[in-house]
Write a protein that binds this ligand. Structure first.
Ligand SMILES: *[C@@H]1O[C@H](CO)[C@@H](O)[C@H](O)[C@H]1NC(C)=O
Length: 223
């Protein structure tokens, strides 16, 4: 944990009772994060449909784009399932906003670097009609060059409990789309193949989750 997190908490705490403010990009550059793969299960992540994808992901790690919602640091840990070692690749992520809308926001690409971790600053997403359970979409390229072929497309999920909890807060409680639970989403079921779990491990960044969360998930790919 870095001391800058405290600044973030102090800066946002006053607004939490009413509404979660848009995350301030200048405060998000030195957040806590994982410096390597935590879950070493060496399992190929099943493929998911490339839904709601907009080509040309901007190269950036803070993809918040002024969207309001719970600050969410997402660490995608990419593992080569041939060697069971972390691998440097280009990772794209995209998601809907707290109200479940998709648009030219909450999307970007960054390299997973040598330790396998591609870290993004975003917000916890909201659920959309006809788009399954609450999730973040990812695409992984064969190298750290964005123009290299896409070798994996996946959907990363949350426990229903996290979506329940965060969904009760503003602005998520203004989301009028119908919630679908993980077990009712066929893409979630498909992502459970071969013993893989597409559920992101979540921890609060500070003492409580209302101040923001950090999540990590290992994504096994075949180069
Ligand atoms: C580690 O990853 C495996 C494979 O995805 C999964 O089944 C398991 O639940 C994960 N363990 C933890 C503690 O998240």
């Amino acid at each position: 944990m870095h001391s800058t997190i405290l600044i973030l908490v102090l800066a946002t705490a006053s607004g939490l009772a009413k509404a979660l403010p848009a995350a301030d990009a200048s405060l998000l550059t030195d957040r806590s994060s994982y410096d390597g793969i935590v879950n070493n299960s060496c399992i190929l992540a099943p493929e998911s449909p490339k839904d709601n994808y907009v080509s040309g992901s901007p190269m950036k790690t803070d993809i918040t784009s002024g969207q309001s919602g719970l600050p969410f640091t997402l660490d995608v840990a990419v593992m080569d399932v041939n060697s069971c070692e972390p691998v440097a690749t280009m990772v794209e992520v995209w998601s809907s906003n707290a109200r479940g809308d998709h648009g030219n926001f909450l999307r970007g690409a960054t390299s997973s670097s040598q330790n396998g971790i591609a870290e993004f600053q975003t917000i916890f997403p909201g659920w959309s009609d006809g788009d399954g359970a609450n999730h973040v979409n990812i695409a992984v390229h064969s190298t750290s060059d964005i123009s290299s072929p896409t070798i994996h497309v996946g959907k990363l999920y949350f426990t229903d409990r996290w979506t329940d909890l965060i969904g009760k807060t503003s602005p998520y409680n203004e989301n009028s789309n119908s919630r679908i639970l993980n077990e009712d989403d066929p893409d979630f079921k498909d992502a459970l193949a071969e013993g893989y779990s597409p559920v992101i491990s979540i921890a609060p960044i500070e003492d409580d989750w209302v101040e923001g969360i950090v999540g990590i998930i290992t994504v096994g790919v075949r180069l």
